[in-house]
Ligand binder design. Structure first.
Ligand code: MG
Length: 302
């Protein structure tokens, strides 16, 4: 079903076999997003944001509903204890699933005002949660419960669940969306998906240098994503960036060179590495979830 993998740079050949192909593992969703792989259960969890539902898939058990309503959860990650942490666009908060299965709000305010609608997040090795906060969950009527924007912009935040401290670390993007660290966490990448509904808006991934493990500096454009824009993306063990776009998963070397493309049948929203070896790439598209085996492993888990 899938088109051939496109190779623009020889480095691509080491990352994915030319004969690797996408396998569909789920379909029938309205807007699949926010996938995370859970090693101890060998399963994938992801959001159907517009259906207000959280799904789970494993090879042995297939697809099941994990949480409904999901309060319009979007991005997911695992914390250092293996607990699910999620961006709740409905609650306008970062939430965590405790070991007893109960979800609770970790943070929903910055400087006394409500967050917009957290979209995607990553857990750093020190346990801090870094997340983006565009307003899609309050401006798009099928992605949240609506409401007024209280923050003066769409920021990237660093939140420390141990202390409750929250800081805005990036304030100069229009619609920060996906984010990831480089393997040594010296760099942070953030996508800006402004072109989704802003004429001439940005459609690129920026990269920042991380200072003292808690703030960033020297932001610059890492890659302009075409066609479409980058929603979610991840970094592999070698520092290569695997990004979503309108027509494909696009692969960029740490120097910003586009190495190749893995065509996909629908616009892809997000992706994550998983599988027992960490080399399986799960991709959420509009209605579907696909998987493809790679020759490289992900670095997103602490
Ligand atoms: Mg997103």
């Amino acid at each position: 079903m899938s088109e051939a993998i496109e190779i623009y740079d020889e480095r691509m050949r080491a990352l994915v076999s030319p004969t690797a192909s996408l396998q569909k593992i789920a379909d029938g969703a309205r807007h699949s997003e926010g996938p995370v792989y859970i090693p101890k259960d060998d399963c994938l969890v992801w959001s159907d944001v517009k259906a207000n539902c959280l799904f789970r898939w494993s090879a042995t058990e297939g697809v099941s509903v994990m949480l409904e309503p999901s309060q319009y959860q979007n991005g997911h990650a695992l914390d250092l204890e293996g607990r699910l942490v999620a961006c709740s666009q409905g609650e306008r908060a970062i939430v965590r699933r405790e070991h007893n299965g109960m979800w609770h709000v970790l943070v929903d305010r910055y400087q006394g005002k409500r967050l917009n609608s957290p979209n995607d997040l990553v857990v750093k090795r020190d346990g801090t949660i870094w997340f983006t906060d565009p307003p899609y969950g309050i401006n798009e009527l099928d992605q949240g419960y609506g409401g007024e924007q209280e923050q003066p912009g769409s920021f990237v935040y660093r939140f420390d669940p141990a202390t409750g401290e929250i800081d805005a670390v990036v304030t100069d993007l229009t619609r920060p969306n996906g984010l990831a660290f480089s393997p040594d966490e010296s760099l942070m990448y953030v996508s800006d998906s402004a072109s989704y509904n802003i004429p001439n808006g940005a459609h690129h991934i920026c990269v920042y240098e991380v200072v003292d493990g808690r703030r960033v500096t020297n932001g610059r454009v890492f890659a302009v994503i075409e066609p479409g824009y980058a929603d979610g993306f991840r970094v592999d063990e070698h520092g290569n960036v695997f990004s979503t776009s309108k027509d494909s998963v696009q692969v960029y070397a740490p120097d910003g060179t586009r190495l190749g493309k893995i065509p996909v049948p629908e616009t892809c929203s997000n992706l994550t590495f998983g599988g027992q070896e960490g080399n399986r790439l799960f991709v959420t598209l509009g209605k579907s979830v696909y998987a493809i085996d790679l020759n490289t492993r992900g670095m997103q888990q602490p």
